[in-house]
Write a protein that binds this ligand. Sequence first.
Ligand code: FES
Length: 92
Amino acid sequence: MRFYVENTDQEVEIKPDCSLLEHLIQNDIEISHSCGGMGSCGTCRVLIINGSESLPPRNAEEQQRATDLQFQYHERLACQICPIQNLTIKIP
Ligand code: FES
C-alpha cells in the first residue's frame, strides 16, 4: 500500500501503526506540525483527495480541532490518522 502526495509528486509506502504525519516527516516531505503531533495545533492539516473512506472517523482531539477550524469532510489532521489503504493527499 502506498499514498501519493500531490504537491511533491511522491509516493510513500505505508507502514503499519505509523501516522500520516510520521510518514511525511520520515520521507522529508515538508509539513507544519507545531504541537509535535499532539493534535492540538491544527497545523498538520491535509486534504484527502482520494481514499477518505478508508480512514477512521475523527477521534475526540481531531474533532475538536476540526470544529474550531471549521474543517470540511476531506480535511484531516495528519498526526491523528494512520493510513491503511491507498490514499491521495494534498498539503495545503
Ligand atoms: S501536529 Fe499539531 S495537530 Fe497535528
